[in-house]
Design a binder for this molecule. Structure first.
Ligand SMILES: O=C(CO)[C@@H](O)[C@H](O)COP(=O)(O)O
Length: 216
């Protein structure tokens, strides 16, 4: 099956963000991936609710909002109101993960949980059947343009096995260092959604890159 492609606007040109969003409307992108960073859970600050809201006003694509923040429960309602179709929280940031997932669903938003590179897939055993998506980080979260961590291929396969064992209906998304080479191997390992920032926006022709990633 063709992977879905979620360009990460962290690598977009923020002086012309509107133009990049309109360009994505014309592309084959399946989602727009929005990386929200708080300078506490991750060592970087990106953007927050007002930017997500403004993007939602002009995009035709579902917004896939990745919350790299501490205490995400505090902001679920606000991000849902701002137009998120998908909300991803970090396993490592949630003490009561089951409650947090329930709170996301109560807003009518698809619920997703993210694992950092060091967190084993097995921690999701008792929650995977409640999830719409799992996001596997293939770099340490906080920055675009980092090198892909190859252990991710094994985690994708383990997660696919877990999803099958539990009869869950849950997409596998991978984020960080995605290009044609890593993207192809991720697809073969069983990934459903590829997030790509630098590879898309660092190119002369982002729409072509998105198309080619889908056709891998
Ligand atoms: O969440 C993150 C970084 O924390 C990612 O979404 C990156 O933004 C992916 O960027 P590239 O590795 O594709 O540049």
């Amino acid at each position: 099956m063709m992977p879905k492609i979620a360009p990460s606007i962290l690598a977009a040109d923020f002086n012309h963000l509107g133009d990049d969003i309109l360009m994505l409307n014309e592309s084959e992108a399946d989602f727009i991936h929005c990386d929200v960073m708080d300078g506490h859970f991750v060592p970087n600050i990106s953007f927050g609710i007002p930017i997500v809201k403004q993007i939602s006003e002009i995009t035709e694509k579902p917004l896939d909002v990745h919350l790299m923040i501490s205490n995400p429960d505090q902001f679920i309602h606000e991000f849902a109101k701002a137009g998120a179709s998908w909300l991803t929280v970090h396993y490592e940031a949630c003490v009561h993960l089951h409650r947090t997932v329930g709170a996301i669903k109560e807003q009518g938003v698809k619920a997703s949980v993210c694992l950092n590179p060091h967190t084993p897939v097995a921690v999701l055993e008792d929650i995977v059947s409640e999830l719409d998506m799992v996001l596997l980080m293939s770099v340490n979260p906080g920055f675009g343009g980092q090198k892909f961590i190859p252990n991710t291929y094994k985690k994708v396969k383990q997660l696919r096995t877990l999803i099958q064992e539990k009869n869950a209906e849950c997409l596998i998304e991978v984020d960080g260092g995605v290009n044609y080479d890593t993207g192809k191997l991720l697809k073969e390992a069983g990934a459903d959604v590829l997030v790509a920032g630098t590879f898309v926006f660092g190119s002369e022709n982002p729409k072509e890159i998105i198309q080619n990633l889908r056709d891998l």
